[in-house]
Design a protein around this ligand. Sequence first.
Ligand SMILES: *Cc1c(COP(=O)(O)O)cnc(C)c1O
Length: 397
Amino acid sequence: MNYQPDQDGYYGEYGGSYVPEILYKTVENLKEAYLPIIESEEFKQEFHLLLRDYVGRPSPLYYARRMSERYGCQLYLKREDLNHTGAHKINNSLGQILIAKKMGKTRIIAETGAGQHGVATATACALMDMPCTVYMGATDVERQRPNVERMKMLGAEVRPVHSGNKTLKDATNEAIRDWCCHPSDTFYIIGSTVGPHPYPDMVARLQSVISEEIKWQLEAHVGRDYPDCLIACVGGGSNAAGTIYHYLDDERVKIVLAEAGGMGIDTPHTAASMEIGTDGILHGSRIKLMQTDDGQIVEPYSISAGLDYPGTGPIHCHLYASGRAQVLAVNDDEALAAAMELTRTEGIIPALESAHALGALPKMRFRPDDIVVLTVSGRGDKDMQTYLKHAASMGIK
Ligand SMILES: *Cc1c(COP(=O)(O)O)cnc(C)c1O
């Protein structure tokens, strides 16, 4: 089995590059430029220094003793929550802005749902002194006030989008429209392993620093550089792609992906696009997505704003279809319980997205000496409102 994309950006049946005629050349230019740039010594050095001194990498690999006892395994947490801006997304935004600069681009656009990618991109733009426009559904602008304020303080222009359901999918359409009008000077920073080729591969490579670190950190902790099992949550798929990147071909390593079950995959209120989705094309690539019989996108639902994307990136669709990865749907209530459990056993308040990865643990069986690495993609500060709203059911007094 091959888990890398082919020439045209296909992972098995998924991926590809479906873009409007007017963007063809822009995407083609990026396709030719990104690998030589990422593999150049100059880029590697600049990126590494930023990751070290600005983001605070390497992020720790933490042996969670009490959680290990509870689940009967050796559980290590990859602490992406400790990165600058509070999640893994900054790795990608910094990498892409460096690529944009090397390609001579002078303006950055992005789309954001919960605002996390918008904040990471606005941060990178402030650092690099680049003008930044962030498209965001009007509904999300209302729901995610603090992130809108952060983006504005960082100097980004936030453009509310009033079309459709006024959420992420509509913001993405608007960003693509902008890109079509300014293809030569504008770089579109996509926040996950989605979009037309080469975005999924580019984002996976930029996030692969996560598994690069896991390798030597595990070696130092337990004397071998691979775990028995890797667990990560999946929205579009970037923190998961980074977590598994250097282990894809190592069949000793089991891969478990947690997607958002919402109120349950047998209800209309879910975002479990791998389990209930069907093949279609969204935002430039062929993926599994939630759609009606006549191809209208079904609005996804999850308690976690970062996981309610109507599809999943092509890398993970292929891993699921080929049987390389196991996919588990974790429902809202299970994620809330998992967030509470980590908080009370280890003193770490995780992001709601990350809580979905933790929510996979009770659904799994381990042997006592199994080495399990679970990525905590972000911290929970941004989710305190939601946690407090559910305080009673979570047992917070
Ligand atoms: C955005 C986000 C996610 C989901 O995005 P992926 O691309 O699937 O990683 C997960 N966790 C956190 C903390 C996020 O901000």
